[in-house]
Design a protein around this ligand. Structure first.
Ligand code: UT7
Length: 322
């Protein structure tokens, strides 16, 4: 039994920050952001919107799309690196909001690769026979960890949530590969709260996200095509056999480079970073829901999802769309 995606849902905060708006906050401009990243605008939470509330809204839509009740769900996995609380997990918060009383719920942190890691985790449970369905959610409130005075970071990241209901089935996920390189764990990082126990005294302000953009760019353009090729090879497929590539939305130039390396046309690589920015763990499920709602996914299509990010981590899945 493998993981088959049967429905999707998403939630984007109401507030939209355009490049022109950001240029009133930091020394930047629409031309720089658009040409270097492909991003034109992004959604940022209001005070009422949180990681858990966005995850809940996306989950509700995916459940309704699947014609399932919350109590039908056996497993909830939330991929996030920007939970509202250190404990409990966002997944437990979402479980409570939904009333998914029969589910086991936990979070997983693989940064921008999180949704792919969550999908493969559900798949492994299905293969073991432990669960038969799962609600998987990628959600981030990255606006809470970026430095709003750092133009090299604040123009990139954004907020949102995407969800999918997956069922154990004979078709669905065909092949997967995941990886991580802890040697590069400082290429993108943000510290958790500082320790102020009696042996670690002193004033310690909250930290912000730090990123070595050039190193991450180089890593992504090298690792993602390799990971995609290897995952396809496991099931005797090549990039030519793929109908749609749903890639992490970090930078249009990264996706164009991946397309070039794999020799696939950009019309097989939909992008939504122009209006969503980089939403880390939420980026692939947001794009998945958008592609699903636009009718870009047809029954029998071969679909690749591939993510990369902090860790460094990367992960690719190949699946048949139901
Ligand atoms: O989600 C996964 C993790 N993240 C990524 O995948 C990000 C990967 N990296 C990237 O997407 C790119 O490296 C960035 C978009 C972050 C940066 O693009 P770049 O073309 O590599 O620019 P750069 O960092 O080399 O900076 C070029 C110039 C610098 O000025 P000088 O030193 O040449 O005078 C920067 O100070 O652009 C300047 N700059 C900006 N200028 C206007 C940096 N940020 C901005 C800005 N507006 N927002």
């Amino acid at each position: 039994m493998r993981a088959k995606i049967i429905s999707t849902g998403s939630y984007l905060p109401k507030n939209i920050a355009t490049n022109d708006f950001l240029s009133t906050l930091v020394d930047t401009n629409d031309e720089w952001i658009t040409s270097r990243t492909g991003i034109k605008s992004r959604h940022l939470v209001s005070e009422e919107e949180t990681t858990a509330s966005m995850a809940y809204e996306a989950a509700k839509k995916a459940l309704s799309d699947a014609n399932l009740q919350p109590e039908d769900i056996e497993l909830i996995i939330v991929a996030t690196c920007t939970a509202d609380t250190l404990v409990p997990s966002t997944a437990c918060d979402v479980q409570g909001r939904l009333g998914a009383v029969n589910a086991t719920a936990f979070d997983l942190n693989a940064a921008c690769s999180g949704f792919v890691f969550a999908l493969t985790t559900a798949d492994a449970y299905f293969q073991s026979g432990m669960y038969k369905n799962a609600l998987i959610i990628g959600v981030e409130t990255l606006s809470r960890i970026v430095d709003w005075e750092d133009r090299s970071v604040c123009v990139l990241f954004a907020d949102g949530a995407g969800a999918a209901v997956v069922m154990a089935d004979e078709t669905g996920l065909m092949s997967a590969s995941l990886g991580s390189d802890g040697d590069k764990c400082h290429a993108i990082y943000v510290k958790s709260r500082e320790n102020n126990n009696p042996f670690c005294p002193g004033e310690k302000p909250m930290d912000h996200l730090y990123m070595d953009g050039a190193a991450v760019f180089k890593f992504a353009t090298k690792t993602v095509p390799k990971s995609i090729r290897e995952t396809l090879e496991k099931v005797n497929l090549t990039p030519d056999d793929v109908d749609l590539f749903l890639l992490h939305q970090a930078n249009m130039r990264i996706n164009q480079s991946i397309a070039k390396t794999l020799k696939v046309p950009m019309d097989k690589i939909p992008c939504n970073m122009d209006h969503c920015g980089n939403t880390s763990g939420a980026s692939i499920p947001l794009l998945l829901d958008e592609a699903n709602k636009k009718g870009l996914l047809k029954s029998g299509d071969t679909v690749v999802m591939s993510g990369f990010g902090a860790g460094l981590t990367w992960g690719t899945v190949v699946l048949k769309w139901a």
